[in-house]
Design a protein around this ligand. Structure first.
Ligand SMILES: [Fe+2]
Ligand SMILES: [Fe+2]
Length: 346
């Protein structure tokens, strides 16, 4: 049995257009939003009420994800004018305010002694490995089915890997801009399609018998998986949050090498071939370098240029790490009791 059989999906042929279909709604908020997106923008207000939703609320997170996705690939059958429709943007602002409030409340912030302290705090945050380790589980214990689930969760981000952080390029200047471009150039394969990290990830998906088309599993992942991507898009799409976006990227890069080594190890233990493991092998090497560029040339330099952004840089990093911890707790709790970490098909 392939991983994809085990999680109830089925590989479908790539049939042209890069835009995925809208997934099934996950509650009243997405039901209303998707109903409106099925028609043309018509000037009517759109009221999305997410009062009381927590970070893992799938209805809330999928609604925000769908609003953001209009700025990436869009959705098949959804009018592209929705991207800048004032009613949609007003509704999105309500969701974003809620996400920002949740992150401010739930994410612990370490003490920071001014802009010159940013590098030290980032290093301390990245070194804090308390909390459940999905990478250790995958290296040593996971079955092929669980590895497939892990890849499905990650596909939500990795199939557009680097895109959310690219929003910051025009918002930075000088050294921090050059540092970000250097990292992003690697993420995009130095201009070679087959070396783009999103393409390497598609090879991983195919190697596991999974559907590698963009957005194929949007309807199968829990709210906390979507929250990880939504935080990146929130930071990416608001210039005022450029510090948080830089810190977010640094946290990813600084905590990447070791887990990716473990992912590759787990994949080989389960019989994965070189092409399937290449995405992870590549990150062991690349992120050992990116880590230095992101922490020093991007974040420390940005804090020196714009000291007012120092706390935001740390906040972005703390958000990345806390969401990852929450996600790991969610996934491992389900695996430990022999359950799937994905959502069952309706
Ligand atoms: Fe990458
Ligand atoms: Fe990287």
């Amino acid at each position: 049995m392939t991983a994809v059989d085990a999680i109830g999906g089925h590989a479908r042929e790539r049939t042209g257009g890069p835009a995925p279909a809208l997934p099934a709604p996950r509650g009243p908020v997405t039901a209303l939003l998707f109903r409106r997106l099925a028609g043309a923008p018509d000037g009517r207000a759109l009221h999305l009420d997410v009062t009381g939703a927590d970070l893992g609320d799938a209805d809330f997170q999928l609604a925000l994800f769908a609003c953001y996705e209009l700025h990436y690939r869009g959705f098949a059958g959804v009018d592209e004018r929705w991207e800048w429709d004032p009613a949609l943007l007003a509704a999105r602002a309500v969701l974003e305010r809620h996400l920002e409030e949740l992150l401010a409340r739930e994410v612990p912030m370490p003490p920071l002694e001014g802009a010159r302290d940013v590098r030290r705090v980032l290093t301390a945050l990245a070194a804090d490995d308390r909390g459940p380790s999905v990478s250790a589980f995958l290296a040593q214990r996971a079955g092929r089915e669980q590895f497939g689930e892990f890849v499905v969760h990650r596909s939500i981000y990795h199939l557009k890997e680097a895109d959310p952080h690219t929003w910051a390029i025009p918002r930075l200047a000088g050294g921090p801009k050059a540092a970000l471009v250097e990292i992003q150039a690697d993420e995009y394969g130095g201009g070679r399609t087959e070396r783009m990290h999103s393409e390497l990830f598609r090879a991983t998906m195919r190697g596991l018998g999974l559907d590698d088309s963009y957005g194929a599993y949007l309807g199968r992942v829990p709210g906390i998986t979507l929250a990880i991507s939504n935080a990146m898009s929130l930071f990416g799409l608001h210039r005022r949050l450029r510090g948080a976006l830089a810190g977010h990227l640094a946290a990813l890069e600084m905590t990447s090498s070791l887990p990716n080594r473990r992912y590759a190890q787990g994949l080989r233990r389960l019989g994965g071939d070189a092409g399937t493991a290449r995405f992870y092998d590549e990150h062991v090497q690349a992120d050992a370098v990116h880590e230095q560029i992101a922490a020093h040339d991007l974040c420390a330099a940005l804090a020196a240029d714009e000291p007012a952004l120092a706390a935001d840089i740390v906040f972005g990093a703390a958000c990345a790490l806390e969401l990852e911890r929450l996600w790991a707790g969610y996934v491992l709790a389900r695996w430990e009791r022999g359950d799937t970490s994905l959502c069952r098909l309706p």
